[in-house]
Design a protein around this ligand. Structure first.
Ligand code: CO8
Length: 258
């Protein structure tokens, strides 16, 4: 198992995956997504006695601050479609994984980071964690399932507000809205996830797998496909070029609706 940006530690059958790009706040670049695909699509299936997986971020500031904006340069609609579909495929591998997967959110979970946490079965966050879907600040929409999964967790009313304002929320609100299972002091997030996975590991494995499958079946796939298509449509706009450039140049964007 060789990974570019993923640390993999097997603790007695519970695997802790740490996304390891702390200087970029663990933003999901192509390499990191490839690592996640390799782990959930291939390597994890060969781990003897696997009880569950915990995903966390390196450092004490960020879980994942989104897709890597520095890779947005020159993105055209076809590349946007392909990247969005690639992310969807990987996040479905996580959501449909037959063992429970818990996000241990140790800081910012924004854009693709919030989407990654939402593709996990459960979410535990530290008190200073922040959640949001800030894509509209960049002239795009969420492209890794955010328009679909956020509604599933918090409902249409608040999901639309967060998706349209791009606002970040703290753990108190995220917990109240139903996005989080538990809030813990910093440093306790992986321990809490271990405790829950240990409890689940004592149950019947086939029953756990079937719970995951049945809950997933409730939600339709059509909305996810629509997100991929509309993500690619926003990638075509002048506003997207301006939004991504403004972030990298550390200035406010000037959107023109084109
Ligand atoms: N991508 C690349 N680099 C990033 C990202 C990111 N998403 N977030 C932070 N960084 C980098 C910064 O550029 C900075 O690098 P450097 O030190 O070289 O200047 C470093 O991480 C530290 O960041 P800041 O200095 O900005 O730290 P602050 O504490 O001032 O701010 C924030 C922290 C609030 C998290 C801020 O960094 C921020 O707003 N980040 C961007 C958040 C964002 O917009 N996320 C959404 C990205 S879009 C997305 O996720 C779409 C998903 C679907 C994509 C579909 C296919 C492409």
């Amino acid at each position: 198992m060789q990974y570019e940006n993923l640390l993999v530690e097997n603790r007695d059958g519970i695997v802790v995956l740490t996304i390891n790009r702390p200087k970029a706040l663990n933003a999901l670049n192509r390499g990191t997504l490839a690592d996640l695909r390799q782990f959930f699509g291939k390597d994890a299936l060969t781990i003897e006695g696997l009880k569950g997986v915990i995903i966390t971020g390196a450092g004490d500031k960020s879980f994942v601050a989104g897709a890597d904006i520095s890779e947005f340069n020159g993105l055209d609609a076809q590349a946007g479609l392909d990247m969005s579909q690639n992310g969807h495929d990987i996040f479905f591998l996580i959501e449909k994984f037959t063992k429970p997967v818990i996000a241990a959110v140790n800081g910012f979970a924004l854009g693709g980071g919030c989407e990654l946490a939402m593709s996990c079965h459960l979410r535990i966050a530290v008190e200073k964690a922040r959640f949001g879907q800030p894509e509209v600040n960049l002239g795009i929409i969420p492209g890794y399932g955010g328009t679909q999964r956020l509604i599933q967790y918090i409902g249409k009313t608040k999901a639309l507000e967060l998706l349209m304002t791009g606002d970040m929320i703290g753990v108190e609100e995220a917990y109240r809205l139903g996005l989080l299972n538990h809030v813990v002091p910093a440093g306790e997030e992986v321990n809490k996830a271990m405790e829950i996975l240990t409890k689940i590991a004592a149950k019947a494995p086939i029953a756990i797998q079937k719970v995951i499958e049945c809950v997933n079946t409730y939600f339709s796939a059509e909305g996810f496909r629509r997100e991929v298509i509309e993500f690619a449509n926003t990638v075509k706009t002048e506003d997207f070029k301006e939004g991504a450039a403004a972030f990298l140049e550390k200035r406010a964007p000037k959107f023109q609706g084109k």
